[in-house]
Design a protein around this ligand. Structure first.
Ligand SMILES: NC(=O)c1ccc[n+]([C@@H]2O[C@H](COP(=O)([O-])OP(=O)(O)OC[C@H]3O[C@@H](n4cnc5c(N)ncnc54)[C@H](OP(=O)(O)O)[C@@H]3O)[C@@H](O)[C@H]2O)c1
Length: 248
């Protein structure tokens, strides 16, 4: 028996580290060709070296909608289809509003909101076309956050706002695309060990102060693979996944 995504093509944004890297690996493990998008080319090339022919490297800033559109067009031109889009690239800077740099707020909006919009916009027609093919289904999965459901403290201000925004967009998209057999899913992780959390000291702080066992990126990749490998009749709309001990 073949793997469950044999013959399909997936795009993963933010594939150069953390959850995106783990997701790219997991989708490739299911047989998908995975187009790896991020800014750090050398990190993407290292992953592509591991995945071999089943992957391609696209150095792109997701905040640059034209560059994203070119990358998606390139993927479809090379491979003829696009079945799965994983909107994962993200940036978080958790500091109180007072004293925050406006540029940090703008970066979060550019990457977490405009990045998702630009990538989805570029992929939409290709996904709808893939869903009319033999497989009969296509998927958009967006990586939101627990912070896309609730505001767990003042410092998550703009990060939470961006994740709430993509949650709303994703729900509207789900309502529109179901009859076209393009499933739209939202994954909402709690704390995961990655550059995002370690760079802020959040991972270390959570473990030290709350005796919290962090999740690993592969835990979120598992949730994404679950979503995109359901039978055509079943759409998993939302997965909220926290470390067992995480209270908020
Ligand atoms: N870690 C957590 O606890 C946690 C919890 C909830 C949700 N999330 C979400 O999970 C997603 C992945 O985060 P992570 O934890 O895996 O963090 P990470 O290791 O820092 O990964 C972030 C990824 O996004 C990419 N990225 C950032 N800015 C980009 C840009 N302008 N253009 C293209 N790619 C860009 C980075 O690649 P380059 O730097 O190479 O461009 C990197 O591959 C994010 O959406 C984050 O908000 C994380």
């Amino acid at each position: 028996m073949g793997a469950r995504l044999d013959g399909t093509v997936a795009v993963v944004t933010g594939a150069s580290s953390g959850i995106g890297e783990a997701t790219a690996r997991a989708l490739a493990g299911e047989g998908a060709h995975v187009a790896l998008l991020a800014r750090r080319r050398e990190r993407l090339e290292a992953l592509a070296g591991e995945l071999g022919d089943g992957s391609s490297v696209h150095e792109v800033d997701v905040a640059d909608a034209e560059a994203v559109a070119r990358a998606i067009a390139d993927v479809v031109a090379r491979h003829g289809r696009l079945d799965v889009l994983v909107n994962n690239a993200g940036y978080g800077s958790m500091t109180p509003a007072t004293g925050s740099a406006l540029s940090e707020w703008r970066t979060m909006v550019d990457v977490n909101v405009n990045g998702v919009l630009g990538t989805t916009h570029a992929a939409l027609d290709h996904l709808r076309r893939a869903a009319t093919g033999e497989r009969g289904i296509a998927d958009v999965v967006t990586v939101s956050s627990v912070a896309g459901r609730k505001v767990s403290g003042p410092a998550v201000n703009v990060y939470a706002a961006t994740k709430h925004a993509v949650g709303a967009f994703s729900e509207a998209l789900r309502q529109e695309l179901g009859t076209d057999h393009v499933r739209v899913g939202l994954v909402e992780p709690g704390l995961v060990r990655s550059e995002l959390t370690e760079g802020q000291g959040a991972a270390q702080q959570a473990e030290a102060e709350q005796e919290l066992g962090l999740m690993e990126p592969s835990d979120i990749a598992d949730a994404i693979v679950y979503m995109v490998t359901r039978p055509r009749r079943t759409a998993v709309n939302e997965i909220l996944v926290r470390p067992t001990e995480q209270a908020r």
